[in-house]
Design a protein around this ligand. Structure first.
Ligand SMILES: Cc1cc2nc3c(=O)[nH]c(=O)nc-3n(C[C@H](O)[C@H](O)[C@H](O)COP(=O)(O)O)c2cc1C
Length: 213
């Protein structure tokens, strides 16, 4: 086994280990609104579900040349964001939005994606996304330091929007139809087209989420 001591490595090397070993990562496609009223869109693959009770998610927004990215600046201003699901149908547009576009440029315009008003929060949803989560920010935690320290944005989901055909009778999501995209290392991605099932072991009177949490 090779061993790596991150304290002796440059950040690029450490990033390669993190982004190559923590795979595949879901992509939180975040829409936010700037103080000047510009609708912003950007993908974040350092993205997790935290708890369903009540539903919380988090994205990690890294620094860019020592400055906060537009997403973080907007979140600090409005305290709101929408996380859209990236499907294979919109993966090219998602990639377009990840360029270093200036704050006055809306990535909706850059990508050609359509903004739909949200029900509760000010940032718009992406019409073409198969699902969206309207979120209010609960905590912003600085993690690490220069040059690439990040802010972990923890947000509560106030509303889920899911395309009609994706929700089964028991509330389960049709994963084959969702066609969610995962991020691998660098410029590589994967699809969820190939799936397999693995039953969880049931030990005694399991108290986790239906034995599946
Ligand atoms: C698939 C994908 C995932 C990304 N994940 C992250 C991430 O987790 N954190 C981050 O800071 N940047 C991430 N980026 C880069 C940002 O999307 C990029 O810096 C973007 O320009 C930020 O936009 P903003 O300035 O409008 O917030 C990712 C890019 C791509 C293409």
């Amino acid at each position: 086994m090779m061993k790596f001591d991150p304290s002796q490595m440059d950040m690029q090397g450490v990033y390669k280990l993190l982004s190559g070993l923590i795979v595949p990562r879901p992509i939180g496609f975040a829409s936010t609104l700037s103080a000047e009223g510009v609708l912003n869109l950007a993908p974040f693959s350092f993205f997790i579900a935290i708890t369903p009770s009540p539903p919380h998610i988090a994205i990690s927004v890294g620094a860019r040349a020592g400055e906060p990215k537009d997403t973080l600046a907007n979140i600090r201003h409005t305290g709101e964001l929408v996380i859209n699901t990236v499907s294979t149908q919109i993966v090219e547009q998602m990639n377009q939005t990840s360029g270093d576009w200036p704050p006055q440029t809306s990535e909706f315009a850059v990508s050609g994606l359509t903004a739909v008003p949200s029900d509760i929060v000010r940032p718009a949803r992406v019409a073409e996304a198969p699902a969206s989560m309207e979120c209010v920010v609960r905590q912003i935690l600085p993690v690490g330091g220069p040059p690439y320290g990040a802010h972990l944005v923890i947000a509560e989901v106030l509303r889920f929007h899911v395309r009609d055909d994706l929700v089964g009778e028991r509330g389960n999501i049709d994963l084959a139809a969702l066609e969610a995209v995962g991020r691998l290392a660098g410029t590589w991605y994967c699809s969820t087209a190939e799936q397999f099932e693995l039953d969880r072991p049931v030990v005694g009177d399991s108290r986790s989420l239906g034995g599946r949490g």
